[in-house]
Write a protein that binds this ligand. Structure first.
Ligand code: SAH
Length: 440
């Protein structure tokens, strides 16, 4: 891609982010047998009480409790990202990842008529690293964006991570919002002077022309698991193991359960995972984009309606048995992009999923790598190359991770205004990443 080389986006930031471990969340499947000893964690005790009181729980309820329970949830009070944590993500590996996504948003903003204002909304921003890289690109391309009124909106349930995001992005500790009427729980101003607000739910984010970003967010949303049996679909539940009273085990529901409605009538697999919460979020994003314009860019590991059992745990960069020591490990399941596409159908157009390797190549990762590498000393150059390999290598993240976008129909099919028969439709510019970036 020519743009980055020409405008020279960004100084060298931190050339490489982490000493890259061998494991990241996207690589391995299933219920990991490399587990530590069972530990009776506060979360395990909480789940035992719950199951004793009301009976076995769905995998979705288990995931929701373990990950986001406001008192004990895995995501709520810890920093699990990076070398010292449980897993590492692309923006934590290389600054180039976020820079190219920053270019994507500017390119879409330009292709859709350079609106006077936009909101950038990120779901699950982790440490704020990705957004920090995007905002650095926005600053570097200040001359392009100079008359645009930008605001940042973060959807985050984690108290700990929202504190870290505030420090990364504003360089301050942002106090909790005291006004009970405010939909945002924190408000501040970024280093480059952009207003930034934090919300617990997408519903609370103001409606308006927005670009939405979700990187490794959909994979932590709760899934229901179903097994095909001679009696039909049966949901997988979690119960106390009768052989060991401090252990949990999977069981099959004896009869039909409500979440079965989410399984397609022509489903051919014999085990499926469905994620109704992802459907709700995609419908909300689609409605917003159809109504007020903008786009959503979703990147995650996943499949197009083909995989079966992908529910797994990660702790200290290793696979972790999902039922052992709940609350101490991340839980995740591959995103079913075919389901996301169905949920958007009729309201907005969707693109992808395409492989991360293809998306980043189309966005010009090779040119950006060269610009940075040419300016770096030898150790930093080696780290940049290692980071590139991690993001792009088909055996690493290059083929496991995918990009998927939601766009207003008129973005793909030409102008939004009715034309008379003599006028030809202006041909829309290709969507960067899904085709080669063309800077107009
Ligand atoms: N996007 C970041 C972090 C991915 S980890 C990166 O790529 O580095 C998942 C993120 O989603 C964390 O910030 C976590 O706290 C947040 N999260 C998890 N469940 C959530 C929910 N239900 N609503 C909002 N945020 C959630």
């Amino acid at each position: 891609m020519r743009v980055l080389a020409r405008v020279g986006v960004g100084p060298l930031c931190s050339a490489a982010r982490a000493v890259i471990p061998w494991f990241w969340r996207g690589k391995y499947f299933s219920s990991g047998r490399e587990s530590a000893e069972n530990q009776v964690t506060p979360m395990l005790r909480h789940l035992m009480y719950k199951i004793k009181a009301t009976g076995p729980i769905t995998v979705a309820e288990y995931m929701k409790e373990v990950l986001t329970n406001p008192a004990k949830g895995y995501y709520v009070y810890r920093d699990m990202l990076g070398e010292k944590g449980d897993f590492i993500t692309s923006p934590e590996i290389s600054q180039i990842f976020g820079e190219l996504l920053g270019i994507w948003f500017i390119s879409e903003w330009m292709a859709t008529g350079r609106n006077a204002a936009f909101q950038l909304v990120e779901l699950g921003p982790g440490r704020g690293t990705l957004l920090g890289d995007i905002l650095r690109v926005f600053s570097q391309l200040g001359s392009v964006l100079k008359n645009c009124d930008i605001s940042i909106h973060l959807v985050e349930v984690s108290e700990k991570l929202s504190e870290i995001q505030a420090l990364t992005l504003t360089e301050e500790k942002v106090p909790l919002e005291l006004n009970p009427g405010s939909p945002a729980y924190m408000k501040g101003v970024t280093k480059s002077g952009i207003p930034i607000s934090w919300y617990r739910d997408l519903q609370d984010v103001p409606k308006g022309y927005s670009f939405y970003l979700a990187h490794e967010f959909f994979d932590v949303l709760p899934v229901h698991k179903f097994q095909k049996t001679p009696q039909g679909w049966r949901e997988v539940f979690i119960d106390i193991d009768p052989q060991a009273s401090d252990k949990l085990r999977f069981v099959l529901a004896p009869c039909v359960t409500p979440a079965e409605v989410f399984i397609q009538s022509d489903e051919t697999r014999d085990h499926v995972e469905v994620c109704p919460e992802a459907g709700v979020i995609i419908q909300e994003l689609s409605q917003r984009i159809a109504l007020t314009g903008g786009a959503a860019l979703i990147a995650d590991y996943g499949h197009d309606g083909t995989k079966t059992d992908t529910f797994r745990g990660f702790c200290g960069h290793k696979l972790h048995d999902v039922l052992i020591a709940p609350g101490t490990a991340d839980l995740t399941a591959d995103v079913d992009f075919s389901y996301l596409r169905r949920m958007a159908e009729g309201k907005v157009a969707s693109l992808g999923p395409i492989k991360q390797q293809t998306f980043l190549k189309n966005m010009g990762i090779d040119v950006r790598l060269k610009v940075l590498a040419d300016k770096s000393d030898e150790p930093s150059r080696q780290q940049l190359l290692q980071g590139y390999d991690m993001l792009m290598n088909p055996k690493k993240m290059g083929e496991r991770f995918h990009f998927f976008a939601l766009l207003p129909h008129q973005r793909l099919h030409g102008g939004s205004h009715p034309m008379n028969a003599c006028q030809s439709k202006p041909s829309p510019s290709p969507v960067a990443g899904f085709g080669e970036l063309a800077w107009r």
